[in-house]
Ligand binder design. Structure first.
Ligand SMILES: NC(=O)c1ccc[n+]([C@@H]2O[C@H](COP(=O)([O-])OP(=O)(O)OC[C@H]3O[C@@H](n4cnc5c(N)ncnc54)[C@H](O)[C@@H]3O)[C@@H](O)[C@H]2O)c1
Length: 254
């Protein structure tokens, strides 16, 4: 894709699943990637995979819910590669979804923690990345949202609220900094088969999800990584302020 080679990207939440696939895909396109995650071992493994095949990658432990930790992640990327052009804000604590019920029953500390990681953490990444993007004359941000933000599920209230907030944050950034050359978009994946989602859904549940969509298969992390690469690239340079569903047609929005 055009305009990716020799750029620098931070993947906030890149040790496993969608973030790991995105790091690998961007590195294949010639991007130097800084993989931040609370799971340092996983981030180091992804960086090792990339450098073994000639790509540029560094791994940094960070906690997206901690302001100074996010600041340090961005500073580490600038130190390693001289600046940043892109950030994929992807981290979420999906273990919280297991006990995320409804508005009456949900434990308030679970709600608060979900917001702290999945939404406030995205704000922290945004506020520390933007000054660095501006120093390079602009750049692009891609947030990982979810179809849960707009389908209206009867459970996972905290998760859905956090993802709706990401969509609002994304649009705010596009409006506030679009004229400064920063593009901001969100991807809403459908069911993507990662190690985590495979572990929490048996084959029957996966079949049910497949039946809901209009495609021949469920999603893979690479499906989302391709869209991130497109949105960062010059091929996506007129896409701004959008929530893009990559879900095999499970949802259809006008
Ligand atoms: N897999 C799906 O079906 C699916 C569907 C819709 C949306 N999503 C979204 O995609 C994104 C990636 O999810 P995934 O399925 O690849 O799961 P994943 O668990 O593999 O990825 C999430 C990453 O975030 C990291 N993380 C968690 N808490 C953190 C913290 N406090 N600080 C830093 N890093 C932290 C995890 O260690 C992990 O590497 C998430 O935002 C998720 O909500 C996934």
């Amino acid at each position: 894709m055009r305009g990716l080679k020799d750029k620098v990207a931070v993947i906030a939440g890149g040790a496993t699943g969608i973030g790991a696939a995105t790091a690998v895909r961007l590195a294949e396109e010639g991007v130097a990637v800084v993989i931040g995650d609370i799971n340092l071992e996983g981030a180091v493994a992804v960086a090792g995979r990339i450098t073994k095949t000639g790509g540029q990658a560094a791994a940094v432990r960070f906690d997206v819910s901690d302001d100074s930790s996010v600041r340090e992640l961005i500073a580490a990327a600038v130190q390693a590669y001289g600046g940043i052009d892109f950030i994929h804000v992807n981290a979420a604590d999906l273990s919280l979804c297991l006990t995320d019920t409804d508005a009456v029953d949900v434990a308030l500390d679970l709600f608060d923690r979900t917001i702290a990681v999945n939404l406030r953490g995205h704000l922290l990444c945004t506020r520390h990345a933007i000054p660095e993007l501006l120093k390079r004359g602009g750049g692009a941000i891609v947030y990982t949202s979810s179809g849960a933000a707009y389908v209206g599920e009867p459970e996972r209230v905290s998760y859905a609220v956090s993802k709706s907030g990401i969509n609002a944050l994304m649009r705010h950034v596009a409006s506030r900094w679009g004229k400064d050359g920063i593009r901001s978009n969100a991807i809403a994946p459908g069911l993507v088969l990662t190690d985590g989602s495979r572990a929490s859904m048996d084959a029957e549940a996966q079949e049910r999800m497949l039946a809901l969509g209009r495609s021949t298969r469920l999603g893979t992390p690479d499906d989302i990584a391709s869209m991130v690469a497109l949105l960062f690239s010059d091929d996506g340079e007129w896409v701004n302020g959008q929530v893009i569903s990559v879900d095999g047609g499970i949802t259809m929005r006008g």
